[in-house]
Design a protein around this ligand. Structure first.
Ligand SMILES: *Cc1c(COP(=O)(O)O)cnc(C)c1O
Ligand code: SF4
Length: 337
């Protein structure tokens, strides 16, 4: 039953817009709420100027207070080392700008085209590969999608459209519906893939209205969520993911291999086991994209391969993700192990 403000089915609490409005953006508040040492504050302030701090209450509640090394905290706490420059870490590491065909449209791989549906997210992941991406050049209003839609229509090889961002589920249901309606009109597009971290960081987003939007399209829905650590998959996330798998079947996870967050076989095995318990297939384990400001998260390829080898010994085959790197100009994500 839909009322004026749909309540979250997850905990029957406030709706997702209200939850998003509560997100923490102030370094002082983060440090105070998590009982962290005050000396982290000046650096957090400095690094947040470049790429602001943002974290939902839901994600915050899964962080262990008082522990500066918490693997979830490390994903969101701005640090001074983000401001160091390394020549190999650049602003556009994955070649997005050359693969940009029209405003909002990135086409790199055969059969699949990606739309930058929005520049906003509910959480700012410090390692984000699009942390320097200039979202201002991409469509915000529906009419601005015309050129991208024209290009998709003109290329009959494109069977799958991927909504990315930012986080495409940051769009309101109405905006999402309108965008899906444009894509649906293109006869050769069969699948709509949604790359989103919202079911993980703002599980309230997976409400009845969203489920109705996703069930109303003729397009086959494929969801790819993004969790890096077992502890991100709280009970609320689990419920959101089970709803998604129940209605859409195909739900995958991509994770990024991050130093001091999930760079052990134990952490990866625990993540994959928890995902499988929620019926989510571990899809990719990404080697970090070398964008400026993220060098401190990097894990070497040899170590990454060792972790993978141990995962293969400990997990059923279907629970082992593929270790990949995105190489600018390559025809697909490049497997490393
Ligand atoms: C990663 C990516 C895809 C999807 O690749 P898959 O290997 O099919 O998951 C598509 N387009 C772009 C631009 C991408 O970066
Ligand atoms: S949710 Fe995705 S796009 Fe948004 S900050 Fe995190 S990694 Fe980047």
């Amino acid at each position: 039953m839909t009322t004026a403000t749909t309540r979250s089915p997850v905990d029957h609490g406030p709706d997702w817009h209200a939850c998003l409005a509560e997100a923490i953006r102030c370094p002082e508040e983060l440090i105070r709420r998590l009982d962290l040492p005050d000396d982290l504050l000046p650096a957090a302030r400095r690094a947040a100027r470049d790429f602001p701090l943002m974290v939902t209450e839901s994600f915050l509640s899964r962080i262990q207070p008082g522990d500066p090394q918490d693997p979830l905290l490390r994903q969101i706490l701005p640090l001074d080392c983000e401001l160091e420059s390394h020549p190999e870490f650049v602003r556009d590491a994955v070649g997005d700008s050359v693969a940009r065909r029209e405003p909002g449209l990135i086409h790199k791989y055969s059969g699949r085209a990606l739309l930058i549906a929005t520049g906003t997210c509910a959480i700012h992941c410090r390692y984000c590969f699009r942390r320097h991406y200039d979202y201002h050049q991409d469509p915000r209003r529906l009419v601005e999608w015309q050129a991208a839609m024209h290009q998709l229509r003109a290329d009959p090889t494109i069977e799958e459209v991927i909504l990315s961002g930012g986080d495409p589920l940051m769009l309101t249901d109405r905006r999402l519906c309108e965008l899906i309606a444009l894509i649906e009109e293109i006869p050769h597009v069969r699948r709509l893939r949604i790359h989103t971290r919202l079911p993980i960081v703002l599980p309230q987003r997976v409400d009845d209205d969203l489920q109705s939007v996703l069930c109303a399209t003729r397009l086959q829905i494929v969801l790819v969520v993004h969790a890096n650590h077992e502890r991100e998959l709280s009970r609320e996330c689990g419920e959101a993911l089970v709803r998604l798998t129940r209605d859409h079947g195909l739900v995958f996870n991509q994770a990024v291999l991050l130093r001091d967050v999930n760079d052990t076989a134990d952490a990866q095995v625990a993540l994959c086991e928890r995902l499988i318990a929620l019926r989510v297939i571990p899809y990719y384990l990404h080697q970090l994209d070398r964008v400026a400001g993220v060098g401190h998260f990097e894990v070497g390829d040899d170590r990454a391969r060792k972790i993978m080898a141990e995962m293969r010994c400990r997990l059923p085959g279907y629970a082992v993700p593929r270790l990949v790197r995105e190489v600018a100009g390559a025809a697909h994500k490049v497997p490393l192990a």
